[in-house]
Write a protein of this length. Structure first.
Length: 121
């Protein structure tokens, strides 16, 4: 991914414009807002999923499935390697999370600003 968050933001805006020009029947502000919403909802959902993983919500489920798998399908696993495998919250990439969170927040701010312009003006 891009290291520069502003270049990545401009790429997202270009992607929004591309979706707007390809899929819109009429070229107006409402259809551009809809196109921006499609892009921003993907980022927002990804950020919420990553936040849930970061908090350790899936750690217990993952550990339980690993334990169940080792009990049901007994292999010659004398070291019990399933106990030492990192859990999802331990493998979390915080720099990727920060970059995607910036994109989600900035696209959401732009979306709210455009909605404000659309309904006020």
């Amino acid at each position: 991914m891009f290291k520069n968050k502003w270049k990545f933001f401009s790429l997202n805006l270009l992607l929004t414009l591309l979706i707007f020009f390809i899929f819109s029947a009429d070229y107006n502000l409402l259809n551009f807002i809809n196109s921006l919403f499609y892009i921003s909802i993907i980022y927002f959902t990804t950020v919420l999923l990553m936040y849930t993983i970061k908090g350790g919500f899936f750690d217990g489920v993952t550990f339980g499935f690993r334990r169940f798998n080792s009990i049901m399908f007994k292999r010659n696993d004398y070291l019990e390697e399933w106990r030492e495998k990192p859990l999802p919250s331990e493998k979390f990439n915080s720099s990727l999370y920060q970059r995607i969170k910036f994109q989600a927040v900035s696209l959401l701010i732009l979306l709210i600003l455009l909605l404000f312009i659309y309904y006020i003006i």
